[in-house]
Design a protein around this ligand. Structure first.
Ligand SMILES: Nc1nc2c(c(=O)[nH]1)N[C@H]1C(S)=C(S)[C@@H](COP(=O)(O)O)O[C@H]1N2
Ligand SMILES: [Mo]
Length: 310
C-alpha cells in the first residue's frame, strides 16, 4: 500500500487554519475507517496559488454546497438534478479502460488503481464557465501516476477521457441534451502536470455520485467542464481528441478552456465570478488568471495566443 505524507502547504490564502484543521479532524475518522479505499493516506496540500486578489479567497465551500449544486447533465440540466438522481448510477464494480499509446493497455479495476496511488488532499478553486465558483477540498491522486502505471508511449501527445454511458441508470442520457458519452481531453503536458488530479473524495469521504464517483478528473486552472466525471476510459493519442462542449458549441467552448478573466464568453463576461454559498447579497469576486494557478501553469502556454486557443 502506497503511503506518503506530502506536506507542502504553501498557499498563504488558505482558510483560517483552526477552522479547517478542526474540520479535518472530524473527517479524519472517516478516512481512517477506510472510506477512501486502500490507500487513504491523506496529505494536505494547498494550491500554491499567489494571493493576487484579496476577495478571491480559499475558504472551502461546505459539503452541502459542493454536493447539492452540481453540473452533471447525464442526470439532468438543473443544478439540483445530480443530487436527486445520481444515486441511480451503480459505481461498483468499476474499471477504467486505459488504451491507445500505452505499454500496458487494459481494464484497470478501481481497487487495483487505489492500492497503488497516493491519495492526498488538494484544496482547489473550482471555476465553472457559467461564472460561479467554489473552493473544494478534494482527495485524489495525480493523474500522472495513473498514466505512468499504464506506461505512456513516446508518440502520445494527448489524453482523451470518457464518462460512463448507461442510459438505464443515467436518465439525462435518454435525451439528446449533449452527444453521449461525455468526452474530454487534455494535451499530454497538461495531463502530466502535478496540479492535475483524479479526485476520489471530498472532505475525506468518498466522492458522491453527483460529483463524479468513483473517479473524476480535476484540472483546477481550466473551466469546470474540462473536469470530466465518472471516468471509464482514458486513451493516449497523437491527435487532439474531440471534447463534448466543443463539439456541441465550438464557438463558445474551446479545447483549452483555461480560466481567463481577459477573454469573455461570447454571451457574458468572465472577469468576475459568484462564489456559491456567499448568500443573496454577496459581491461578485474577481476571476484570477488561470484561476489563481498562473505561476504553476502559464509556462505551458508560452507563446500561444490565448484568445485564439480559448
Ligand atoms: N460527465 C460529465 N462531466 C462533467 C459535467 C457533465 O455534465 N458530465 N459537467 C461539467 C461541468 S460544466 C462542471 S462545472 C463540473 C461540475 O462539477 P461539480 O458538480 O463537482 O461541481 O463538472 C464537469 N464534468
Ligand atoms: Mo461548468
Amino acid at each position: 500500500m502506497a503511503h506518503r505524507w506530502k506536506n507542502t502547504l504553501t498557499d498563504r490564502d488558505v482558510t483560517p487554519e483552526a477552522a479547517f484543521l478542526n474540520r479535518r479532524q472530524i473527517i479524519g475518522g472517516l478516512a481512517g475507517a477506510g472510506l477512501l479505499g486502500g490507500a487513504a493516506s491523506v496529505g494536505l496540500m494547498g494550491s500554491a496559488a499567489p494571493v493576487s486578489a484579496q476577495e478571491n479567497t480559499m475558504e472551502p465551500n461546505s459539503w452541502e454546497d459542493i454536493t447539492t449544486y452540481n453540473n452533471f447533465y447525464e442526470f439532468g440540466t438543473g443544478k439540483e438534478d445530480p443530487a436527486r438522481y445520481a444515486h441511480e448510477m451503480t459505481t461498483s464494480p468499476w474499471s477504467v479502460e486505459i488504451d491507445g499509446l500505452v505499454d500496458r493497455p487494459g481494464a484497470y479495476q478501481i481497487e487495483d488503481i487505489m492500492a497503488k496511488m497516493i491519495v492526498e488532499e488538494r484544496l482547489y478553486r473550482f471555476r465553472c464557465v457559467e461564472a460561479w465558483s467554489m473552493v473544494i477540498p478534494w482527495n485524489g491522486f495525480e493523474l500522472k501516476d495513473l498514466l505512468e502505471l499504464a506506461g505512456v508511449q513516446s508518440g502520445a501527445k494527448y489524453v482523451a477521457f470518457e464518462t460512463l454511458y448507461r442510459p438505464e441508470e443515467m436518465r439525462g442520457q435518454r435525451r439528446a441534451t449533449l452527444p453521449w458519452p461525455y468526452v474530454e481531453g487534455l494535451r499530454l503536458d497538461e495531463a502530466m502536470h502535478p496540479l492535475t488530479i483524479m479526485a476520489t473524495g471530498i472532505y475525506g469521504k468518498d466522492i458522491p455520485n453527483q460529483n463524479g464517483a468513483p473517479m473524476r478528473l480535476v484540472v483546477p486552472w481550466k473551466y469546470g467542464f474540462k473536469s470530466i466525471k465518472s471516468v471509464v476510459r482514458i486513451t493516449l493519442t497523437d491527435t487532439q481528441p474531440p471534447t463534448t462542449w466543443n463539439t456541441a458549441i465550438g464557438r463558445e467552448y474551446g479545447f483549452y478552456s483555461n480560466v481567463n478573466p481577459n477573454v469573455d464568453h461570447p454571451r457574458w463576461s468572465q472577469a468576475t465570478e459568484r462564489r456559491v454559498g456567499g448568500g443573496l447579497f454577496a459581491k461578485r469576486i474577481p476571476t484570477l488568471m488561470f484561476n489563481g494557478y498562473e505561476e504553476e501553469v502559464a509556462s505551458l502556454y508560452a507563446g500561444m495566443d490565448l484568445t485564439k486557443f480559448y
